[in-house]
Structure formats: structure tokens, C-alpha cells
Design a binder for this molecule. Structure first.
Ligand SMILES: Nc1ncnc2c1ncn2[C@@H]1O[C@H](COP(=O)(O)OP(=O)(O)OP(=O)(O)O)[C@@H](O)[C@H]1O
Length: 212
């Protein structure tokens, strides 16, 4: 279970949204909603361990990210606004290099199968700089599918995907949930039907001024 207890995060010393307390069980998807600038991206980055927690706590399986240490990063896949791909490398090279950087054994056969599954069969060997935005997003999502990690954190994952791709992504997330994973995502759009029953949290802008 991923638990947030009275979690407050901020920018420039100011809390962004009212403290958040919630629990996400295995097999569940959390859809983070809220107006522009309320802090959805910042929250997801914080859950990914990319930004500090100012107040409150986050625990995964009852241990804080600090307790997990370096092992915490291995519990999750993170997709940000940028697809974090190397432009000069192909989707296949990106995927294999990503696995190597994370000390994961990934055979070329499995990497190829994954890229076919995400719809990149015709551009497996093209440099990423020649791909469309939607193809880049699919290449980034291939990481999630190539090797299993229990926590999927996705910031606006539907952006740039065509309608079919949005439904495919919904199906991939639903499959991940069926396997006992959890997913936390932000989206201004309605979620695809296969994950439309996601738990929703709407961030409320914090009107109070600053940290104590
Ligand atoms: N690099 C930065 N430095 C300082 N403040 C920032 C930075 N990035 C974002 N912010 C501020 O942090 C707040 C939260 O931004 P964030 O991107 O998390 O919001 P969001 O809810 O994801 O917004 P949107 O729906 O527009 O994507 C905003 O008020 C923004 O101005």
C-alpha cells in the first residue's frame, strides 16, 4: 500500500495544496485532478522521489522512501511531461540502455516484443528525433511494459496519444493493476474506460501563505 499522511509540498517556501491523506492499495489506480498550477506535477515528482517532502509523510509498504534508500527507485516507473529519451538513439537502443542503467536484465527479444506491443514496429530502429510526439510517448511507455515494477507514476500520460493509444494505455494500466500493481496519474481528460473506476483525488489550492 502507498500511503500519504498529511502530505504538503510546495514551491519557493509556499504550500501548493491542502494537506493530503490517502491510501492506494495494490490493484488500484489514483487519478489526481485539480486546476492548472495546483501541484499535480510536483506531487507526482515528489512521489517519484525527485522532490523533497516538506511536511507529512509518504510510505510504501510501511517504509518511507528514505528507509528504502536506493531500492525505492527500483519500486517505480515514472513518466513525466518530457519523455526522457535520447534523441540520437532508436527506441530499441533507448529501451536497452534504460534497462542497463537500472541494472535490469532485458533481452533484445523481449525489448523488441515490447516495442511491437506499444505500436512501434515500424520505427524500432529510427532515431527518436525522427518520431512524432505520440510515437515518443509510446517509446517512453515501453519502459513500463518491458520490466515489472509495482508503482506506476504518470504525469498526463494521455497527452499526444491518439484515441486508440489512449485506450491501449488504459488496458496496459488495467493489466498492471490486475497483477497487483498500483498506478498514480494526473490527467485533465477522462480516463479510458478500462480504468474509468479509478479513485479520484482533487487537489485544493492552499490559501495559507507559507511553511511554519
Ligand atoms: N521550476 C519551478 N520553479 C518554481 N515554481 C515552479 C516551478 N515549476 C512549477 N512551479 C510552480 O509550482 C506550482 C505547481 O506546478 P505544477 O506543475 O506542479 O502544477 P500542475 O497542477 O501540474 O499544473 P498543470 O495542470 O498546469 O500541469 C505552480 O504554481 C508553478 O508556478
Amino acid at each position: 500500500m502507498l500511503e500519504l499522511q498529511q502530505l504538503s509540498i510546495g514551491r519557493a517556501g509556499k504550500a501548493l495544496f491542502m494537506p493530503l491523506t490517502l491510501a492506494i492499495s495494490r490493484g488500484c489506480c489514483l487519478h489526481i485532478q485539480g486546476p492548472n498550477g495546483v501541484g499535480k506535477t510536483t506531487l507526482i515528482k515528489t512521489l517519484a522521489g525527485l522532490r523533497p517532502i516538506q511536511q507529512g509523510s509518504v510510505t510504501w509498504l510501511a517504509r518511507s522512501p528514505a528507509d528504502w534508500g536506493d531500492d525505492f527507485r527500483a519500486q517505480l516507473h515514472y513518466l513525466g511531461h518530457r519523455d526522457a529519451l535520447k534523441d540520437q538513439l532508436s527506441p530499441l537502443e533507448n529501451l536497452l540502455q534504460y534497462a542497463q542503467m537500472h541494472n535490469v536484465i532485458l533481452s533484445e527479444e523481449r525489448a523488441l516484443n515490447t516495442l511491437v506491443r506499444v505500436g512501434l514496429e515500424y520505427c524500432i530502429d529510427s532515431p527518436v528525433r525522427r518520431l512524432s510526439q505520440g510515437q515518443k510517448r509510446r517509446a517512453a511507455l515501453a519502459r513500463f511494459m518491458a520490466f515489472s515494477r509495482p508503482i506506476w507514476l504518470m504525469d498526463e500520460p494521455l497527452v499526444a496519444l491518439d484515441v486508440a493509444g489512449q485506450h491501449e494505455l488504459g488496458d496496459w494500466i488495467a493489466e498492471h493493476l490486475q497483477q497487483g500493481g498500483i498506478a498514480v496519474l494526473s490527467s485533465h481528460q477522462n480516463l479510458p474506460r478500462s480504468i474509468a473506476d479509478a479513485q479520484i483525488v482533487t487537489l485544493t489550492p492552499c490559501v495559507e501563505s507559507a511553511w511554519v
